[in-house]
Ligand binder design. Structure first.
Ligand code: SF4
Length: 364
């Protein structure tokens, strides 16, 4: 049974080769935290993100050198790039010229109408979309004075900005409505949902470090996706952006929307566990990140409950006293030496991956 309601109908836009909205898969994106002017370091990070499955990358463009660096970065990466612009509209023009496949602007801080028009004309000339990135922390003054930093204020800002762009005959738009807490973020997207068919970029901004960030993102993005709201997502963590991408896919997987790469299930351990399961689970998780096939792997603390509880897993191990067992789909295959458990398990997994009939599906 699916938890997810029918997806909201939207227009479709594309950022480079990635379609967003309508029936396109919900894409996972991230943002570099390198100095964009440092081309080598930025490219290295983007390539790691590509490997983790990132489908669209955004880079900060704080000055003209960063805008110019986009041209060099673009020749060395294979996912579309979005230029993130605040305050200076000329950086948007330079980024588009340098090959950015989309522009993210916060119209609240771009300023005068002629500047917004210049950005829109430039995006139209280059055939690239614009994300209207509304942020509760940086709303237009006149809206904030009247409505505060509420979900209603964010929605009003979004609607006004969508109207501004559409009055300029520009329709390649997506919108984000981000606040640093879940209730405002979710309320804002809900309020906007039936007022426009612009695709939604969803996320909870400045969500925090690992625990707060993942929790808020999973709940906020998860609630929206389960209501059919959201066409592309970014998890925002004060961490390596690769972790944002992994978290994004885990949210999609948990909701049964997309299933990328191996899935690891493991028990919390209890007094029956006689092996170092935490280490085994950590080592297995790390090794599985290098693999792309869809396979469900179980790491269970004991043979009493392990194979049975994890019988929907394609393959798994369960600890025992002095020995461990290997099982497939709940059926015990053989005993294993606890010394080389992870290596042996990975060997079995790799053999199964080449013989994909044993696995439920293939790549996402
Ligand atoms: S699988 Fe075994 S060790 Fe793990 S929680 Fe269940 S009973 Fe405890």
């Amino acid at each position: 049974m699916s938890l997810v309601k029918k997806r909201r109908k939207t227009r479709q836009i594309s950022i480079g080769k990635v379609n967003i909205g309508s029936d396109a898969p919900i894409s996972v994106q991230s943002m570099t935290n390198t100095d964009t002017r440092d081309v080598d370091t930025t490219v290295t990070q983007i390539r790691l993100l590509e490997k983790a499955g990132c489908e669209i990358i955004r880079v900060a463009v704080p000055d003209m050198d960063a805008a110019l660096a986009i041209e060099k970065i673009k020749t060395r990466i294979s996912i579309p790039l979005v230029a993130d612009i605040h305050f200076d509209y000329r950086l948007a023009l330079a980024s588009a010229k340098a090959g950015a496949e989309a522009l993210r602007i916060n119209p609240g801080n771009i300023g005068a109408a002629h500047k917004v028009k210049a950005v829109v004309d430039c995006a139209a000339d280059h055939g690239i979309p614009i994300r209207i990135g509304v942020n509760a922390g940086s709303l237009e003054k006149r809206i904030e004075q009247r409505l505060g930093t509420t979900a209603e204020a964010m929605v009003e800002s979004a609607l006004q900005n969508i109207e501004t762009l559409e009055n300029l005959n520009f329709y390649r738009i997506k919108v984000s409505l981000k606040a640093s807490d879940v209730p405002r973020t979710v309320s804002a997207y809900r309020l906007l949902a039936d007022k426009t068919d612009v695709p939604f970029h969803v996320g909870v901004t400045e969500a925090g470090g690992l625990y707060a960030g993942i929790t808020k993102s999973a709940i906020g993005i998860g609630m929206l996706l389960s209501e059919g709201l959201g066409d592309t997502l970014r998890v925002s963590l004060t961490r390596d952006p690769v972790e944002e991408v992994r978290t994004g896919y885990e949210i999609l997987r948990a909701l049964g929307i997309r299933n990328r790469g191996p899935e690891l299930i493991s028990c919390p351990t209890c007094g029956r566990c006689k092996i170092d399961l935490f280490k085994i689970a950590r080592d297995t998780e790390k090794a599985l990140l290098e693999r792309t096939s869809r396979i469900k792997v179980a790491i269970m603390g004991c043979a009493v409950n392990g194979p049975g509880e994890a019988k929907e897993a394609d393959i798994g191990i369960a600890g025992g006293d002095g020995k461990a067992i290997l099982f497939k789909k709940g059926r015990v295959i053989r005993k294993m030496d606890p010394e080389n458990l992870v290596d042996e398990l990975l060997e079995e997994i790799d053999n199964m991956m080449t013989n994909s009939e044993e696995i439920n599906g293939k790549k996402d």
